[in-house]
Design a protein around this ligand. Structure first.
Ligand code: MN
Length: 289
């Protein structure tokens, strides 16, 4: 049974005490199991108090982030690499303090359009840094996801095959592949083959429409996608991600190029997405029997 989640940017653009309370209340009211926070700007509210709210609401929490140009483990500059590793370790600590067991995202590099391909030294720095981060995470009971993103957001992992090679090179049990339909639609030739290829090393999924708006309003073949997840026996979290300039976290929204109002009512969007995901999952399970 998959847990279904929602990204906090559907509810609030920051992680102040009031915003965290609002995110927890609305995630729970809409019927989701997982609340995902972006740690792109760190976490402002008290983590212990937030963890208590999340637990009292019966929710799971996941955290995600990308790195930054001056704190980037894919750099060739040892100081920038070290700051990148520090950022990942700090994010592991926040995840643990919130009661989370998953930290995922572009943990391998800065978000944004790269001006050149990843260098061999940059890749070696990622592998060495994430080996260290994985050991730290393991001691905190946290698993690390490598989210495969499109070419305009990273030059490190654009395909599931690249992510598998990196997970193999890191060689830690608690590092997994995280696929996101929005990025897959840009980089993969279909949804089935990458999901089959990753198989039991798939640890987290982001679900989104091709324009990152209302689920089911675009051209993504969600029947194929959910059938592929059911076929590999995927039991991990499936989190709905959607962005609109109606809710802005300045740093993240600008890095993700969120320039348009794709929706105004996050609650309506969230309820609709949950119903769609449940429907696709149920239909795929029936299809299998
Ligand atoms: Mn994503």
């Amino acid at each position: 049974m998959n847990s279904l989640g929602i990204h906090s940017l559907v509810w609030a653009g920051d992680t102040s005490r009031d915003s965290v309370r609002r995110c927890v209340e609305l995630t729970s009211k809409a019927g989701y199991d997982i609340l995902e926070f972006s740690l792109h700007d760190g976490f402002e509210a008290d983590a212990g108090e937030s963890a208590a709210l999340i637990e009292a609401a019966g929710l799971q929490v996941a955290c995600s982030r990308g790195l930054a140009p001056d704190a980037d483990v894919s750099s060739e500059d040892p100081k920038v690499v070290q700051r990148g590793l520090d950022l990942v370790v700090e994010s592991i600590d926040i995840t643990k303090a919130l009661g989370g067991k998953i930290l995922t995202g572009a943990l391998y590099g800065a978000f944004g359009k790269a001006s050149a391909p990843l260098s061999a030294r940059g890749r070696a720095n990622i592998v060495a840094s994430l080996k260290e981060a994985a050991a730290e995470a393991d001691a905190s009971g946290v698993r690390l996801g490598l989210e495969v993103c499109n070419r305009y957001e990273t030059n490190v992992l654009n395909t599931a095959a690249q992510a598998l090679r990196m997970v193999d090179d890191i060689g830690a049990e608690n590092v997994f592949v995280h696929l996101d339909v929005y990025h897959m639609n840009i980089e993969e030739v279909d949804f089935t083959r990458p999901i089959q290829l990753v198989g039991d090393r798939l640890g987290y999924m982001h679900i989104g429409e091709n324009d990152r708006g209302y689920l089911g309003s675009g051209h993504i073949d969600f029947s194929e996608l959910f059938r592929s997840l059911v076929d590999i026996g995927y039991e991990g979290g499936i989190t709905f991600e959607s962005f609109s300039s109606a809710v802005v976290m300045e740093s993240l929204s600008n890095d993700l190029a969120i320039w348009r109002d794709l929706w105004h009512d996050g609650y309506d969007l969230a309820q609709h997405a949950l119903a769609m995901m449940k429907g696709w999952l149920a239909a795929s399970q029936l299809n299998q029997s």
